[in-house]
Design a protein around this ligand. Structure first.
Ligand code: BDR
Ligand code: CA
Length: 304
């Protein structure tokens, strides 16, 4: 089984991804590490613990991550308008009774990496603050390959959340796979899928149906679609069954910090098609997902 650590800011689609992981015999979930993004880190930790309690998987450790960006900024972009002020669809869930481990997310990641050298896959579903080390593989929901971002044309939310952290992680030399919006915007859990999920006799499905309303509302308003994008579950599923996507080498491209202040853009990475920018041959590349078998990803998510 593939050993995975999920770095996450739960988050409705994070909850979906975590549940898919827990239900996937291909994976051994070593732990959840938390980050800010959809909510602040303290709430991300609370939500991670709550999700594990809700499905009886408190055997899995949760390690709390950084509360600030790598440059110590505490003014963060928090996406409560997408996931609810509690991050889980405004459900007023009770406080968890379990506690995170007495170790930071970074320390937990290093410990597990030393325990299982070269064998750990990190699936990163939030800003990349906790990850500045070499590990087996890092699969990142981040960026966009030849399409616009979702915070602004140049920036996807998880890169926007801590661009300096993305800078460190994308250039750290680890085996990196980036799943961007070009792929995840093709993977939609439709209203019909939602109805099917509602009929499901499963504690995982029941939980997700409970929290999903606000996520559907947001997508209807913001994207005019009848369904929700499966960003984080698709990313997680690339660890479960890599053959559901095709990949290429993408050039890591950096926008200048000037853009942040002068143009309203974030310093960010995005991924360009190799051939278009021959002048950049020799620049750093990472593995990028280009196509996806969307129905198969949705089906796997529904199954699990
Ligand atoms: C990413 O941002 C968050 O809202 C989602 O959980 C996902 O990880 C999409 O850009
Ligand atoms: Ca996320």
């Amino acid at each position: 089984r593939k050993k995975v650590i999920i770095d996450t800011d739960p988050g409705i689609d994070d909850a979906m991804a975590i549940f898919v992981a827990l239900r996937s015999p291909e994976l051994q979930v070593l732990g959840l590490t938390t980050t800010f993004g959809n909510v602040h880190t303290a709430l991300a930790t609370r939500n991670a613990l709550h999700l594990l309690e809700a499905v009886g998987r408190t055997d899995i450790p949760v390690a709390e991550g950084s509360h600030v960006t790598v440059k110590k900024a505490s003014k963060l972009r928090i996406a409560s308008f997408v996931h609810g002020s509690d991050g889980l669809g405004n459900q007023d869930f009770p406080a968890p009774t379990t506690k995170p481990v007495d170790q930071t997310a970074a320390a937990f990641l290093v410990e597990q990496a030393n325990l299982y050298p070269g064998q750990v896959t990190v699936v990163a579903l939030g800003p990349l603050t906790n990850l500045a080390l070499k590990i087996g593989q890092i699969i990142i929901l981040g960026g966009a390959y030849s399409v616009n971002g979702n915070v602004n044309p140049a920036a996807e939310a998880n890169i926007f959340g801590d661009p300096d952290a993305a800078d460190i992680v994308f250039t750290c030399g680890a085996d990196i796979l980036a799943i961007g919006l070009n792929v995840t915007h093709q993977v939609v859990l439709t209203d019909t899928d939602r109805e099917k999920l509602e009929q499901c006799d499963s504690k995982y499905a029941r939980y997700l149906c409970k929290i999903m309303g606000i996520y559907y509302d947001y997508h209807k308003d913001a994207y005019l679609i009848k369904g929700v994008y499966l960003h984080d579950p698709t990313t997680l599923i690339s660890a479960v069954n890599p053959s559901l996507m095709t990949y290429t080498e993408g050039v890591v491209r950096l926008w200048s910090l000037d853009c942040v202040y002068n143009g309203g853009f974030s310093l960010m990475y995005w991924f360009c098609r190799y051939g278009e920018i021959t002048a950049w041959t020799g620049m750093l590349t990472v593995k990028v997902a280009v196509t996806v078998d969307a129905p198969a990803v949705v089906e796997l998510m529904m199954q699990r």
